[in-house]
Ligand binder design. Structure first.
Ligand code: F0G
Length: 376
């Protein structure tokens, strides 16, 4: 059988790795593109909606796509230690992939502002966890400062290999749908992921890179059936980026000094990919918008209860954003839309439990259980 061994092996010809470079992989990528069956009808909008469930990556978020590349290249360069600032998911992925590569991981997280599942991952994988009395933006500055003198490789998305790995999600979507969607919605924090997706869509629809890949005999898109030089699809989606209203520098047009949101993953005021994100917006003809914490939590619940998909709050902002655009008439009937669900709901059990119907405690006898079931 052909065992799936991760996105580097799958897309090697499209990534800056040599044929012989061993991949540090946990089998990331190849995540399901789940078609919505109930949500559009519930909303009263006839659209073809999909969820790219990145929460099903090995450490539970899309960060694994970037981390397999960053750690593979760090290992190739002989690095012994890596470092990142994180709102949680990057720290979990860095800790796991560093463990696998036999490297030390240092992670800087904002004290008290990361979801419990993420903290448990960084700790369990043996990272040195530094809780800073400051937010992600402060941590990011510290990481850049310390890496100038200490022997540590930065594995935040300012490491260019990160976005290279993350672009493969766009490849998978095009393969699954046979073409790019009309719209692709993502939550935006540093704007690394939306930038990576746009790179992926552009490379896919770019004649030259398609031709080059075909000539290597390993074109992943057409399996040798394309006409050389003819892209199978020239289409690119409009990219939609959604930020939490309390942490929305792209919508405010300026950095935010004290970002706040229930979606702690995207509690970021100084995005690293500031210029790149504006380029994505312009080139794709898409736009950015803000969604409130209430919108985010409502979308998270709708996904869980109408579609059976449990994502973390930050991830639900892509869906909250699409709902907002549909209601405003900014997305047309019949449009094909992909929402990236960046992280798994189990990352943040506290937020899930706090907003859910609480368990009913009963005595352990038939009458008590029956009373509940029969609604007495
Ligand atoms: N969704 C989740 C679940 C995230 O963890 C992040 C970023 C984003 C969306 C935003 O992606 O920054 O590329 O625009 N998390 C980083 C971290 C900051 O440290 O885990 P972006």
């Amino acid at each position: 059988g052909k065992r799936y061994t991760g996105l580097i092996d799958r897309y090697r010809a499209w990534l800056p790795v040599l044929p012989e470079t061993p991949a540090v992989s946990l089998g990331e990528g190849n995540t399901p593109l789940i078609q919505a069956v109930n949500l559009p009808r519930h909303l009263g909008h006839d659209v073809d909606l999909y969820f790219k469930f990145e929460g099903l990556n090995p450490t539970g978020s899309f960060k694994d796509r970037g981390m397999t590349m960053a750690i593979t290249k760090a290992a190739e360069d002989g690095a012994k230690a890596v470092i990142c600032a994180s709102t949680g998911n990057t720290s979990a992925a860095a800790a796991a992939y560093a463990a696998r590569a036999g490297m030390k991981a240092f992670v800087l997280i904002p004290e008290g502002k990361i979801a419990l599942g993420k903290l448990s991952q960084a700790m369990m994988h043996g990272a040195v966890v530094l809780q800073i009395r400051g937010n992600f933006d402060a941590g990011m500055q510290l990481v850049q400062d310390v890496a100038r003198t200490a022997p540590v490789t930065i594995v935040n998305s300012i490491n260019p290999y990160r976005l290279q790995g993350q672009k493969t999600a766009a490849f998978e979507i095009v393969e699954a749908l046979g073409d790019a969607p009309d719209y692709h919605a993502l939550p935006v924090g540093n704007a690394g992921n939306i930038t990576a997706h746009w790179m992926g869509y552009c490379e896919y629809s770019d004649t030259r890179s398609h031709k080059d890949a075909c000539l290597t005999g390993s074109c992943v898109f057409c399996q040798g059936k394309c006409h050389y030089g003819q892209p199978l699809a020239g289409k690119r989606p409009k990219m939609l980026g959604f930020q939490a209203a309390g942490s929305a520098p792209f919508i405010e047009g300026a950095f935010v000094e004290h970002p706040e949101t229930v979606a702690t993953a995207i509690r970021i005021g100084h995005p690293m990919s500031w210029e790149a994100a504006h380029t994505v917006e312009q080139e794709s003809g898409g736009w950015f918008d803000a969604v409130t914490d209430a919108d985010i939590l409502e979308a998270q619940k709708l996904l869980a209860q109408l579609e059976g998909v449990f994502c973390e709050p930050a991830s639900a902002s892509s869906v909250a954003g699409v709902i907002k655009q549909l209601r405003a008439g900014r997305i047309e009937t019949g449009a094909r839309i992909v929402c990236t669900l960046t992280g798994h709901g189990l990352k943040d059990p506290d937020t899930a439990i706090a907003q859910s119907t609480q368990p009913i405690t009963v005595d352990a006898n038939l009458a008590s259980v029956e009373a509940v079931i029969l609604g007495r």
